[in-house]
Design a binder for this molecule. Structure first.
Ligand code: ARG
Length: 403
C-alpha cells in the first residue's frame, strides 16, 4: 500500500482538491511539489505553497527549474528546431519531463513510494508524466486521482469550499491553459469548435497585429554552437533572452498558432498556442543553419527533427532513442555560431540577414560579379553525367525512343 505520494502541484483547482482527496480516499500523505518552468508570477510561489498547505499537504516544495528547463530541455529542442506536426513548438510536452525529474528527486528525499499528477485520461500530459516516471524510477507507483475520481468541475469547486482551500475558481471555466517560458497552450471552451475563430481574450503573450507598433524594428539574435547567447550584440543569459525575445515579438503580434493536432491517445484536438519566443528563436536558428550546415548534414537533420519532435510530444524524452538522436543533433551544432537579423513588422517576424564566422557561404563561388572563382568548365561534364542515366532511359524506353 502506498503511504506517501509526491504530487505535481500546479496550484490550480484540480491539484489542490487532489491533495485532500487523496488523503481522504486513499489515506496517503501528500507532498506537494510545484515546479516553476516560467509560469509563476513573482511572489506566486508563496501563494501556491500556502494553498498546498491549506489543502493538507504534509510538505510543500516550490522548485525554481527555469534555468535547468532552458539549458537542458529548450536548448536541445531548439537545436532540433522541434515542431510537432510541423507547427507546435512543444511547450507543454517539453516541460513534463523536467517536472518529473523533480518529482522523482522529491520522492527520494521524502521516501515516498509514489508520484501523482492531475491529468485527465484524455490528454498527452498523463502519457508524459507516467512514461518519464517509469523510465526514471521504475519502482515508483504513478497515481492519477483526476482520472479516477469522477468529479465535475462544480464538485471540485464545492469541495474546495468545504475544505477551506483558498482558491479563486469558478464553476464556469473558459479555457484550459498551460504556460511556461517556451509559450502558452490554450484549449477548451469555444475553441472546441474548430471552425470558431479564437477570441482575443485568452491571449496574454501576443497582441493582435492591429495593436502592434507601426514602426518595424530589428532584433539580432546571436548563437554559439546552436545556443542563443546574445541579443542585439549583448551577451544575455538564456532565461532572460527567451523572455526578451518573447516580449519583443509578442508586441508585434506574431507567434500565434491555431491548429488541429493528433494526440497520442488517438484524439484530434483543436489547439491554440501563442509562442512568440520559441517560434522566433526557431526561425532564427533554422536560418543560421542555412548558412552553417553542410548540405547532406542539413538534409539528414530534417528527418531527425521530425522524429525528435514526435518523441518529445509522445512522452519519450527520457527514452534511449531520444539520447541517440540528441547526440546526432548536438554534433551538427558545433559550428552553428553567428548572428541572425530578425525583422519585426505588425503580424510578421522574418529573417533579413545572417552572418557566421565559420559559415559555408563562399562569396567568390556564389557571385555573378567579377570576383567569380567558380570553374564553369567543370559543369559541362558534371551535368552530362548527372543526367546520363535518365537520358539513357529516355532513348530506350522514354520520350526519346523510336517506337
Ligand atoms: N496539446 C498540447 C500538448 O499536448 C498542449 C497541452 C496543454 N496541457 C494542458 N494541460 N492544458 O502538448
Amino acid at each position: 500500500m502506498t503511504k506517501r505520494v509526491v504530487l505535481a502541484y500546479s496550484g490550480g483547482l484540480d491539484t489542490s482538491v487532489a491533495v485532500r482527496w487523496m488523503r481522504e480516499q486513499w489515506g496517503v500523505e501528500v507532498v506537494a511539489c510545484a515546479v516553476d518552468v516560467g509560469q509563476l508570477r513573482p511572489g506566486e510561489d508563496a501563494e501556491i505553497a500556502a494553498r498546498a498547505r491549506a489543502a493538507g499537504a504534509v510538505e510543500v516544495e516550490v522548485i525554481d527549474a527555469r534555468e535547468q528547463f532552458a539549458r537542458d530541455f529548450i536548448v536541445p529542442a531548439l537545436a532540433a528546431n522541434a515542431l510537432y506536426e510541423g507547427r507546435y513548438p512543444l511547450v507543454s510536452a517539453l516541460s513534463r519531463p523536467v517536472i518529473v525529474e523533480h518529482l522523482v528527486a522529491s520522492a527520494r528525499r521524502h521516501r515516498a513510494d509514489a508520484v501523482a499528477h492531475g491529468c485527465t485520461g484524455k490528454g498527452n500530459d498523463q502519457v508524459r508524466f507516467e512514461v518519464s516516471s517509469r523510465i526514471l524510477a521504475p519502482d515508483l507507483e504513478v497515481l492519477a486521482p483526476v482520472r479516477v475520481w469522477g468529479l465535475t468541475r462544480a464538485d471540485c469547486v464545492a469541495l474546495a469550499g468545504k475544505w477551506d482551500i483558498p482558491i479563486e475558481a469558478t464553476v464556469e471555466k473558459l479555457y484550459s491553459i498551460d504556460e511556461n517560458m517556451w509559450g502558452r497552450a490554450i484549449e477548451c471552451g469555444v475553441l472546441e469548435n474548430p471552425w470558431a475563430a479564437p477570441p482575443e481574450e485568452p491571449f496574454t503573450l501576443t497582441r493582435t497585429p492591429a495593436d502592434a507598433p507601426r514602426e518595424p524594428r530589428e532584433l539580432v539574435v546571436g548563437f554559439e554552437a546552436g545556443v542563443p547567447v546574445a541579443l542585439d550584440g549583448e551577451a544575455t543569459d538564456l532565461v532572460r533572452l527567451i523572455g526578451a525575445v518573447g516580449d519583443a515579438v509578442g508586441a508585434y503580434g506574431w507567434g500565434r498558432i491555431d491548429m488541429v493536432e493528433n494526440r497520442r491517445v488517438g484524439i484530434k484536438s483543436r489547439e491554440v498556442y501563442e509562442c512568440p519566443a520559441s517560434l522566433a528563436l526557431i526561425t532564427a536558428h533554422q536560418d543560421l543553419e542555412g548558412i552553417t550546415l553542410e548540405r547532406d548534414v542539413a538534409r539528414e537533420k530534417q528527418r531527425v527533427e521530425i522524429r525528435v519532435a514526435e518523441l518529445i510530444y509522445d512522452g519519450l524524452w527520457h527514452a534511449p532513442l531520444m539520447r541517440a538522436l540528441d547526440a546526432f543533433v548536438r554534433e551538427t551544432q558545433r559550428d552553428v555560431t553567428g548572428e541572425v537579423r530578425l525583422r519585426l513588422e505588425p503580424g510578421r517576424c522574418f529573417p533579413v540577414g545572417r552572418r557566421a564566422p565559420r559559415g559555408l557561404y563562399d562569396h567568390d563561388l556564389a557571385t555573378y560579379g567579377a570576383d567569380d572563382a567558380f570553374r564553369h568548365e567543370d559543369s559541362e561534364g558534371f551535368v552530362r553525367l548527372w543526367g546520363l542515366s535518365a537520358q539513357t532511359w529516355s532513348r530506350r524506353q522514354g520520350p526519346g525512343a523510336r517506337r
